[in-house]
Design a protein around this ligand. Sequence first.
Ligand SMILES: [Ca+2]
Ligand SMILES: [Ca+2]
Length: 274
Amino acid sequence: MPPTKNTQRSLLRSLGISIFSLIVLSSIESKAIDSVVVFNEINYHPSENNHALEFIELYNQNSVNVDLTGWKLTGGIDYSFPENTIIEGRSYLVIALEPETVKEASDLENILGPYQGRLDNAGETVRLRNNNERIMDEITYNDKYPWPVSADGSGATLSKLLPTSSSSPPQNWTSSPQLLGTPGKINFPDSNLPPPTISVPILSFDQEWRYNESGVDLGLGWASENHPATENWKSGPGVHAKENRLEVDIGTELIRPSLNKPYVITYYFERNLI
Ligand SMILES: [Ca+2]
Ligand SMILES: [Ca+2]
């Protein structure tokens, strides 16, 4: 959400570090929006290299149903969710390369697919996009450390330890203790594992950001849309500032508001943290 006018005015008078605080606030909100339906289990390299058993399991971290109509899986594979595809709150949905084969090998009835392409045995990136093409979740798994190597061809699936965790850090994943994993079901129902301790840097100063300093009010719903590069949406590394007394290097110099027409009243920053 853009800051109010009063907030913005004080922001512009203060040091650039205040602008950086705005960036952090924007990113937290962005993550909260995007992290509802996530990858939870991936069978990318079934035993004996039997590709017919490949599948991806999604989990809805929210308590309300999510309509996946028009959503897609992209990257290493391609799949478009048909109309009226609902993933229920706190529930799972499986998409397979050969749905019938996975149905026979498990006791799960509702399996979507087939998807195009195959999940690379050595690792690749898979994305979940909503009907606005916005990336809702992303994973770049690998068959080498720090990813769990035990999920590479043993028959055990790559399984997330906690369904409420994010998909990017390899520390959040392990291998399923059983062949073919747990399609459509919680990965570790009887586990007494303590929550994993994970240290993940959320941001570094020099990461790339998309930003808009046009001065045009984009309205309250601006964060729910994708913003490809345009004249108004530019990208540049942090720190974003108009300030010459910072202790860190300025990666992207913003327009001095007093020189801008119209006068800039709101800056927008966005970044996909998944
Ligand atoms: Ca494969
Ligand atoms: Ca599962």
